[in-house]
Design a protein around this ligand. Structure first.
Ligand code: CA
Length: 393
């Protein structure tokens, strides 16, 4: 069928002089090569378009959110359907403003932004805001002017449900903040978990300490009830936790080899840390993405130096987007994740590998399994991010 359609294509003038034709043995004699080349090119373009992963990024920008959004915009593997906003690093209204601003800063106002919930799934308004990590404005205290664009007239949850219905089984939500909007999408449409293609969550700390306190990772801590709903909803879920993202470091100076002694609270092998000066490379290149990020990154480096004693920054959010761009850079295990919603361990993610039959029914028994990332090719993730950010469109 494909080759039959080639006869419908016009012939190039230069090829009519001496058209090269496929031999009869191909079964479709008489098709000029130039037509085949054009057809294959058109076919590959259509295939590339068809194969691009449709992605919604749920985000609370956030310096590493900005990096992650830029990586997504610069990745031909992804088609960014929209940004949805949530509280976390900043309040939701500021997250929306920052999302619109980031798209404006790199000329991508064609991407819609849908504002998410201002409160947790249980309507709590006492939110944890990380101004000490990302600055009071969430973007390195740069006092950027307000964006001209406005969010769409639709909630984040409604946008997610709409896109999942438009493209059943094809949409990936990359969740880079607390999981309230996803939980609201499940409440809005109980069939959402079956209609969404995949949910990739930056959230949890599996067998290591958290980053809010020893128990909890920030995004899960932000709305543990929503997180427990999402983890047990039955969707195809990949969780990328601190055990993985703490291995992926953007280095800060030419002399920033990180050693175990410099990072006493890290419970894993630090050998994957790259030693090149990634920040300097970004500063020296002229892409608009790199220029923007270098403006806002300072406070993020300061925080990591104070909190973790490292001269680099963890690439939490970019690693999670790259899990959508190239899933082969991570390996994962599968089991049931439940979230502690109260007490001193509020926000703790507990993974059951389902290998043991417990003597009694537990809160994990019979629950849907999710994938949890366990290893990452950290240098490859950093390289991919740098490659995407150091060039322009
Ligand atoms: Ca984030």
């Amino acid at each position: 069928m494909f080759f039959r359609l080639l006869f419908l294509l016009p012939e190039f003038p230069w090829s009519t002089r001496d058209p090269i034709q496929y031999p009869d043995s191909w079964g479709y004699p008489g098709v000029p090569v130039s037509r085949v080349v054009v057809a294959l090119w058109l076919g590959s373009m259509a295939a590339a378009e068809g194969e691009r992963k449709k992605v919604i990024i749920d985000t609370d920008p956030g310096i590493d959110d900005a990096m992650a959004i830029f990586v997504a915009l610069r990745s031909p593997e992804l088609q960014l359907l929209g940004l949805t906003t949530t509280f976390g690093n900043v309040h939701t209204a500021l997250a929306t403003r920052n999302a619109l601003h980031l798209l404006e800063a790199v000329g991508r106002t064609d991407i819609p932004v849908a504002e998410g919930s201002h409160v947790t799934i249980k309507k709590a308004a006492k939110l944890r805001i990380a101004s000490f990590v990302h600055g009071a404005d969430g973007l390195g205290n740069q006092d950027f002017p307000p964006p001209a664009a406005k969010p769409v007239d639709q909630s984040a949850a409604a946008f997610m449900v709409e896109q999942a219905n438009l493209y059943p089984g094809q949409v990936t939500v990359v969740a880079l903040g607390p999981l309230t909007n996803l939980a609201l999408a499940i409440e809005l449409d109980p069939s959402f978990p079956k209609k969404i293609g995949q949910i990739i969550i930056l959230g949890g700390a599996y067998s290591i300490n958290g980053n809010v306190n020893p128990a909890a990772e920030a995004n899960i801590f932000g709305d543990p009830d929503a997180a427990d709903m999402v983890f047990t909803c039955g969707a195809d879920i990949l969780a990328v936790g601190l055990n993985v993202t703490h291995q992926v470091v953007l280095t800060g100076s030419a002399f920033c080899n990180v050693t175990i002694s410099e990072a006493p609270f890290l419970h894993f092998d630090t050998s994957p840390f790259v030693t090149d000066a990634d920040r300097e490379k970004l500063e020296q290149c002229d892409s608009k993405y790199a220029r923007y990020l270098c403006k806002i990154m300072g406070i993020y480096f300061d925080y990591h130096k104070d909190a973790y004693f490292i001269k680099g920054v963890y690439l939490h959010d970019p690693t999670t987007v790259i899990a959508a761009v190239n899933p082969s850079l991570l390996t994962c295990t599968e089991g049931v994740v439940r979230v502690q919603t109260v007490g001193i361990t509020k926000g703790l993610t507990i993974f059951d590998n389902t290998k043991k039959r417990y003597g009694e029914i537990t809160a994990w028994s019979g629950m849907p399994t999710v994938k949890v990332a366990v290893t990452v090719d950290a240098p490859a993730v950093v390289d991919l991010m740098m490659q995407r950010l150091m060039t322009d469109d």
